[in-house]
Design a protein around this ligand. Structure first.
Ligand SMILES: Nc1ncnc2c1ncn2[C@@H]1O[C@H](COP(=O)(O)OP(=O)(O)OP(=O)(O)O)[C@@H](O)[C@H]1O
Ligand SMILES: [Mg+2]
Length: 283
């Protein structure tokens, strides 16, 4: 029997390519490396899996497909990764699964982990529903354009209809352009707070080519610092940005951005519809 009391966090969007897998690998690395959490990353994108490929795992000996099809016990399919987290990777060659078994396979692992992150499929069918059902809370990934926003609104509606609490939105691939939708507009349209704003950053693609989470490959990039702030907020702690410029700016410019305010409110349990942060063992 483990001593942990893990929370299952599903990372969803019902549009492809917005950054779910990038979020899972970077948040996972931040939880493990920065905050000493015991973390499991799960690839629940059964028909087009790619979490393994982000992390240098090509075809695992035993996959989530084998687990969901009752071919192997879940423990046998877990890979202990050199980056400090565990991974339940998917097979690139199988796509037949019983997705609704995901919850019953992950629930017993909650006592073994502090955080279980699920990388979901973008397909609005039983694939993404299996993530919603297995999760204690959801992070919805979006980007600041109308087509993605409309998918994000839909994803939020489906999650609310299923009563899975939404922790908040991650606004990814922002370019700070006037034509982009603002954080406020996205919050208004979705009724959901933005917890992190992650800039579009070529280093994320460079890190992918090295099959390494960017938050390990280039830890002081703005994008990576955002993942660390988000990880901290989700476990109710703080991340101290060590960069000199940030320290100077925080002395002179005390106004907080909207996502910073939301993270503070989240930690205090004051964000409407947000679930309690998971507990943290290390500051
Ligand atoms: N902030 C970012 N800056 C630059 N590139 C990014 C950023 N976030 C993600 N990407 C890149 O965008 C591509 C799609 O990202 P990712 O695979 O994480 O999306 P996804 O939502 O998981 O896609 P799918 O729905 O197909 O599983 C990848 O090449 C990734 O490296
Ligand atoms: Mg993906």
């Amino acid at each position: 029997m483990g001593e942990h009391n893990g929370k299952v966090i599903g990372v969803i969007s019902i549009k492809g390519g917005v950054g779910k897998t990038t979020t899972v690998s970077n948040l996972g690395a931040a939880f493990a490396a920065e905050f000493g959490q015991k973390v499991l990353l799960v690839d629940a994108n059964y028909s087009a899996p790619n979490l393994g490929l982000h992390l240098g795992i090509v075809e695992p000996d035993h996959s989530i497909h084998d687990v969901l099809n009752d071919k192997v016990p879940v423990q046998e399919a877990i890979i202990h990764h050199q980056f400090g987290f565990d991974v339940l990777a998917a097979s690139l060659t199988q796509n037949h699964v019983k997705p609704f078994k995901l919850k019953s396979k992950l629930d017993p692992l909650k006592s073994e982990y502090d955080v279980i992150l699920i990388d979901s499929s973008p397909n609005l069918n039983e694939e993404v529903l299996s993530t919603m059902i297995a999760s204690d809370m959801l992070l919805v990934v979006s980007s600041p354009d109308y087509p993605t926003l409309s998918c994000t609104m839909h994803a939020v509606k489906v999650a609310k209809a299923r009563n899975t609490p939404i922790a908040g939105l991650i606004l990814n691939k922002t370019r700070n352009k006037k034509f982009e939708l603002t954080t406020e507009e996205i919050e208004d349209a979705t009724g959901t707070p933005v917890l992190a704003v992650v800039p579009d950053d070529i280093k994320i693609l460079e890190a992918l080519s090295q099959t390494t989470p960017a938050s390990i490959y280039a830890p002081l990039q703005d994008a990576c610092v955002q993942y660390k702030h988000l990880a901290a907020c989700l476990i109710g702690t703080n991340y101290n940005d060590p960069r000199f410029l940030t320290k100077v700016k925080s002395l002179i410019w005390r106004n907080k951005t909207r996502d910073e305010v939301n993270r503070l409110l989240f930690k205090e349990g004051k964000l409407s519809s947000a679930p309690e942060p998971t507990s943290c063992k290390k500051e």
